[in-house]
Design a protein around this ligand. Structure first.
Ligand code: BV8
Length: 254
């Protein structure tokens, strides 16, 4: 990644008054959390995550979907924020404010030091009643529960319905409050960093378009072209864990 592009991006961010970020699975790739485009391996290689991350799949086979999430949670547990997450927090400290709209269900942005994280698709560490029997969402802490784990998800202690991960599945509405915050952030920003997303999933992929319509500068960081690359003002074609620390260092020198 040539230094001229890094310098240009740093200057644009430095000059911005209301910068924000949209991230996808790619920003956590260097924390060893596989992206959705990475083929699932081992037992799960035969599955397409998009077929498992649906209410239909859960209704048909709660144990299969629960085990899919248990496998992903086990994989995520040792994950640490990578230099990309940490550099975003550094840019937030320099700018005073840097809201991060994320599609990711891990908590690596928070653990990397970002203080304003908007989770469009929920958090994989949280569970809820699949009927939301006490209101939306009816969060359930399974860590205190005893059940036959080989049988799949535990029953909701209130109504007996199977417990499910508190994430947004395909075909499900996004949680209203984070979605509203994301729309407001995207429409009021003057610069959006778009990092590690293929730009396929809506309404997350609409955020850069909303920002652009409001006159924002769009800067993409992704080693591969995405569905959004054509609307970008700049495309830094490299991994975020390499680029973001260099942008932060360049900003600190400005
Ligand atoms: C909704 C949580 C209204 C779960 C996720 C037809 C029928 C029904 C629905 C639809 C339809 N057509 C369109 C839709 C809407 C649908 C959708 O977008 N479908 C797609 C398949 C076309 N969206 C929805 O259903 C959403 N809800 O619209 O509600 C509605 C209601 C009813 C009916 C219709 C509409 C809900 C979508 C949320 C799904 N849940 N996650 C879980 O995680 O298990 S989405 C999930 O996949 C992730 O959260 C993530 O958002 C997405 C994958 O996207 P990315 O993050 O971009 O990751 P990806 O792997 O694709 O790409 C990684 C990128 O990183 C790559 O570009 C790669 O190059 C890059 N990269 C790799 N390494 C690095 C890197 N970048 C930087 N550095 C690196 N080192």
């Amino acid at each position: 990644m040539n230094d001229e592009l890094i310098q240009r991006a740093a200057a644009q961010i430095q000059a911005s008054k209301r910068p924000c970020v949209l991230t996808g699975a790619g920003v956590s790739k260097e924390s060893d959390i596989p992206t959705f485009r990475d083929a699932l391996d081992g037992l799960w290689a035969q599955y397409d995550p998009r077929q498992l991350a649906t209410p239909t799949a859960f209704a048909r086979d709660p144990k299969l979907v629960w085990d899919f999430y248990e496998m992903r949670r086990a994989r995520m547990r040792p994950a640490k924020p990578n230099p990309g997450h940490v550099a975003l927090a550094g840019i937030e400290r320099l700018k005073g404010r840097l809201p991060v709209i994320t599609q990711n269900v891990d908590d690596l942005h928070e653990r990397g030091g970002s203080t304003q994280v908007i989770h469009l698709h929920g958090l994989i560490a949280h569970n809820k009643c699949s009927r939301d029997c006490q209101g939306n969402p009816t969060l359930i802490d399974v860590s205190q529960m005893e059940w036959d784990r080989a049988s799949g998800p535990p029953p909701c202690p209130h109504c007996g319905a199977p417990v499910r991960p508190d994430v947004v599945w395909f075909g499900e509405m996004l949680p209203r409050e984070p979605l509203e915050r994301a729309y407001n952030t995207a429409s009021q920003c003057d610069l959006m960093l778009v990092i590690g997303t293929s730009g396929i999933i809506t309404p997350a992929a609409d955020m850069p378009l909303i920002a652009k319509r409001s006159g924002a500068t769009l800067i993409e960081i992704n080693p591969h072209a995405s569905e959004l690359t054509p609307v970008m003002d700049m495309w830094l074609e490299a991994p975020s864990g390499e680029v973001l620390p260099r942008i932060l260092a360049a900003m600190e020198r400005l």
